[in-house]
Each structure stands twice: as structure tokens, then as C-alpha cells.
Design a protein around this ligand. Structure first.
Ligand SMILES: O=C([O-])C(=O)C[C@H](O)[C@@H](O)C(=O)[O-]
Ligand SMILES: [Mg+2]
Length: 426
């Protein structure tokens, strides 16, 4: 079998005004859709980060992909990524052309697995060692947010579309009460059984108060996590860690870097998790040596694909780390890729993150996938189990062209509503 066509389509999806320590989400989140076609007439789908860098990298990888056998993924990975630890300085054919080789390969690898699944009649999870679970648990991913639903309605608090709805997607949530209400919607609508709060937005004491309010509202049945994206000092992290003793299943990236994380890890009562201080294979030896974390958030888009994520989860087991999963704003192709790999990881110790409920738009046929009891079911459908809705793809591509965004810039978005704003380190 040979790959004979590679289509790379940038899209923009409506994204509500969500806050993080980095600033404010733009009215549109950017993604890139990859479609590979084979000489057997099969099509495989992949999805990755959006904007000009992934687009340029995928374009640069095209000659390495066309004509290749989608089963021969090791060869393709060697061609695109090479040795992931040495690759940083290695003299490789793509040197200077690919900014993020592992991310580039990941999008292509997912599409190849989709093809292989369709060719063999097996779901992708069964190609990754086999389904360990049929139901993949996801968590409610809460954000402090402004009123508004994103897209062409942007931050228009009074837009008719935003006014018509009174749910988590439209409502403001900038207080403990607002977040509890948002959480109640998530739990009622999707059945999630654990909750993550994106922090680093309000004063740390207010974020701790929000966690206490969630604990009050949901009791101890629903585990909680807090993630200020590394924007707290060691001192603040330790103080908040003590304040929230017994209230969190883990504290995610309270502070920045392996050294500071290790200092915090030694002093707080809960385990620390990261998707920031350890993001490449080359980061692992130092993370282990310092004892910076107890839980790693995997991310197939970042770490080099589905098979790499299975390898990473195995490594977590070797080092005694728990396994969780990171997310960014995404569509249904990524959702299913995340679910398939999570289904094949026996030591998935925590429900996966997902931004999916925040994106009202979809690119897959049949519309948005539904969570049941907070989980996605992996059935016997071959491949990822999703097909493109061609009209939706065209519309989201037209939206990309109209939005005029080439990268995510949360600081610039924040400055539109608060001139002069810059990130705050607490
Ligand atoms: O766990 C995380 O750090 C994230 O999910 C990163 C994301 O970029 C999140 O902060 C966001 O969407 O603003
Ligand atoms: Mg995080």
C-alpha cells in the first residue's frame, strides 16, 4: 500500500473567551486537519495544532510521506523525527525545515493508523496493543471565563446568540460561584466524574477558595485538580498546596521548571503533575533525577503520536509515575485519537483532560461525539471511527481564512479587553 495524496487543511473553530495565566482565548482556536489517501482508495485522518508553524512543517514533510507504505511507521518516524533525544542538534535531512518534528509526525502517524485500522477492520486501539478498556474516562475541564460563546460573537456579551443560551458555554465564570455553576453543568450534561480547574488567573487565595467551593458542592466523590500553568512561585505553590491538603487528587504545574517543581514536590502533601516541565523524551532523565513530578500528562500530539504515547505510559510505570492526559482546544478527530490511545494504556491512572465541550463546532460527520457517564466508548468501528463532514471542513477552513489568525496569542487577546495587560506571576 502507498500513500498517494496528502491534504493539509487549516481550520478555525469558535472558542469561548476562556482565561488562563497566558491571557485570553481568541474567538477562534486554530487546528490543522490531515487527510492521507492510499492507492487502495483508503483515507486516514489526523488532527493537530493550528496556525502557520504546523502548516509549514506538514508541508515540509510532504515529500517524506508521499509514496510511503502507511504500515512502515518506524521508517517514517525515523525520517521525520529521528532520535528524539539527539534530534535537537543532529544533522538531519529536515534540519531547519521542521520546527516541531514530533508534532508533525504525530498528525501523520494518526492518519496512518486510521488507514491501517480501515484496511484490517480493527479499531485503532486494537492496533496499539489492544483495548485494555472499552470506556475511556474524561474529566470536566473548567475555566474562568468571560461571558460570550466565541466565534463571530467573540466577546460580545450582549450578542443575541450568547443571550439566547444560559449555559456553561455562554455564561461568565470569574468567581467561585460561577465555577461551581459551570461544574454543575459539566457534570449534569456529560456525567464527568472528576474535575480540573484551569488556574493562574485569579489571586491564588481565590483559586483555593474556588477549590473549596467545588469540594463543598460535590463532596469527596468527585476528585479535583488545579493547574495554574507554572505561574506561581515556589512559596505560593507550597502555601496553596498546604491550604488545599486533602482537597486535590493532584496539583498540576504549580510552578515552572524541573528544579522549582522538585522543591514544591518535597513540601506539599499532594502529588504534582506536569504537561509543562517535562514535554520531550530528553526531559525525562532530569525529571526522574530531581523527583520533579509524580504524574505525567501524556499528549499524543506533542510526544510524537499514538505509539509514542503507549511507550511513554510504559515509561511512567517504570518510574512509578501516574498517567494522565493533556488537551488543547480540539475537534473530534483528536478526541477519538486520544480516546483510542487511552483505551490501550493499562496504567491510565486519571481521567483524560479534554477541551471538547468548549468547541460547539465539529468537522466530523454526525456532529459532536457524546460522553456517556463522563466516558467515550471505543467500539469495533475500524480505524478512529470518524469520517470527515466535507461541507463542515470547507466552512471551518473559510472561517480560518476570514479569522486572519496565524498563531495562538492569548496575551494579545487579553490586551484587547485590558490594554497593557501582561501575565502575572503570583
Ligand atoms: O493543561 C494545560 O496546561 C493546558 O490545557 C494548556 C491549555 O493551553 C490551556 O491552558 C488553555 O486552553 O488555555
Ligand atoms: Mg496543564
Amino acid at each position: 500500500m502507498k500513500i498517494v495524496e496528502m491534504r493539509i487543511v487549516p481550520v478555525a473553530i469558535a472558542d469561548p473567551p476562556l482565561r488562563s495565566a497566558f491571557g485570553l482565548h481568541a474567538p477562534y482556536a486554530l487546528r490543522t486537519i490531515v487527510q492521507l489517501k492510499t492507492d487502495d482508495g483508503l483515507t486516514g485522518l489526523g488532527e493537530t495544532f493550528g496556525g502557520s508553524i504546523p502548516l509549514g512543517d506538514l508541508e515540509a514533510a510532504r515529500p517524506l510521506v508521499l509514496g510511503q507504505d502507511p504500515y512502515r511507521l518506524t521508517r517514517l518516524e525515523e525520517a521525520i523525527v529521528g532520535d528524539p533525544v539527539a534530534a535537537r542538534n543532529a544533522d538531519r535531512p529536515w534540519e531547519g525545515r521542521l520546527t516541531v518534528p514530533a508534532q508533525t509526525f504525530a498528525a501523520i502517524e494518526v492518519a496512518c493508523y486510521d488507514i491501517i485500522g480501515k484496511a484490517t477492520g480493527r479499531p485503532v486501539a486494537d492496533l496499539l496493543g489492544g483495548r485494555f478498556r472499552d470506556q475511556v474516562p474524561f474529566c470536566a475541564y473548567l475555566f474562568y471565563k468571560h461571558a460570550g460563546i466565541g466565534g463571530s460573537d467573540g466577546l460580545a456579551h450582549a450578542s443575541s446568540a450568547a443571550r439566547e443560551r444560559d449555559d456553561y458555554l455562554a455564561r461568565e465564570a470569574l468567581s467561585p460561584e460561577g465555577i461551581v455553576r459551570q461544574a454543575q453543568d459539566f457534570v449534569r450534561l456529560f456525567g464527568f466524574k472528576s474535575i480540573k480547574l484551569k488556574g493562574g488567573v485569579l489571586e491564588p487565595a481565590q483559586e483555593a477558595a474556588t477549590i473549596h467551593a467545588l469540594r463543598e458542592a460535590f463532596g469527596t466523590d468527585i476528585p479535583l485538580r488545579l493547574d495554574p500553568n507554572g505561574f506561581w512561585s515556589v512559596k505560593t505553590s507550597v502555601n496553596v498546596g498546604h491550604e488545599l491538603a486533602g482537597a486535590l487528587e493532584y496539583l498540576e504545574d504549580p510552578t515552572s521548571g524541573k528544579v522549582a517543581m522538585a522543591e514544591v514536590a518535597r513540601q506539599v502533601p499532594m502529588p504534582l503533575a506536569t504537561n509543562m516541565c517535562t514535554t520531550t523524551w530528553a526531559d525525562i532523565p532530569e525529571t526522574v533525577a530531581r523527583g520533579s513530578i509524580q504524574i505525567l500528562l501524556t499528549d499524543l500530539h506533542l510526544w510524537g503520536g499514538l505509539a509514542a504515547t503507549v511507550r511513554l505510559a510504559h515509561l511512567c510505570r517504570v518510574f512509578g509515575w501516574g498517567v494522565s492526559m493533556h488537551s488543547n482546544s480540539h475537534l473530534g478527530i483528536s478526541l477519538m485519537a486520544m480516546a483510542h490511545v487511552a483505551a490501550a494504556i493499562p496504567n491510565l491512572t486519571y481521567a483524560c483532560d479534554t477541551h471538547y465541550p468548549w468547541q460547539a463546532e465539529e468537522v466530523i460527520a454526525g456532529g459532536k461525539r457524546q460522553f456517556t457517564d463522563g466516558a467515550l466508548r471505543i467500539d469495533d468501528t475500524p480505524g478512529l471511527g470518524v469520517e470527515l463532514d466535507d461541507a463542515a471542513l470547507e466552512q471551518l477552513h473559510a472561517q480560518y481564512l476570514a479569522a486572519g489568525l496565524s498563531k495562538r496569542d492569548d496575551v494579545a487577546e487579553m490586551q484587547k479587553i485590558q490594554p497593557g495587560w501582561s501575565p502575572v506571576y503570583w
